[in-house]
Design a protein around this ligand. Structure first.
Ligand code: RB5
Length: 144
């Protein structure tokens, strides 16, 4: 059976990750928390790798990564084949990275994003389907 939504954060994203877990719990969305489990300093590439390897291999359909800005997580995750990590900053972008880019990892910034907006972005990331069509050809070109 496929693994559920995989989530991870570094110390800069720990607080937002914990808040987003409550958001997911309230909506009965299953997830696997791969860490970190405290605000002690850790290196975001280690946490990004745990999620990106599994999503890139197709073990899980989606991942959520949180660090201070979301950027280090996205930079790392996008080095893994098959990963399309996005850092949407508003609701329109959250919808479009799913519809047009078939983003499979959402990277958020715990130190820069309003937490209520982060919840709405996560909701859209999970609910919005990929549009396919001409976008299918374009996302294949990313990997080829
Ligand atoms: C950690 O201090 C911080 O650099 C990290 O959370 C993240 O923002 C990196 O992109």
């Amino acid at each position: 059976m496929a693994r559920p939504l995989l989530i991870a954060a570094d110390h800069g994203g720990f607080e937002l990750k914990e808040r987003l877990k409550k958001y997911l719990d309230a909506r009965n969305v299953r997830y696997e928390d791969l860490g970190t489990h405290s605000e002690d300093s850790v290196d975001y590439p280690d946490l990004a790798r745990a999620v990106a390897e599994a999503v890139g291999r197709g073990e899980s359909e989606r991942g959520l990564l949180v660090c201070g800005t979301g950027q280090g997580m996205a930079m790392t995750a996008n080095r893994y084949r098959g990963v399309r990590a996005a850092t949407p900053f508003d609701e329109a972008t959250a919808r479009l990275v799913r519809e047009h880019n078939d983003a499979n990892i959402l990277a958020l910034g715990g130190r820069v994003l309003d937490p209520a907006l982060a919840e709405r972005i996560l909701g859209l990331f999970l609910e919005t389907p990929f549009s396919g069509g001409r976008h299918e050809r374009r996302i294949h070109k990313i990997d080829s």
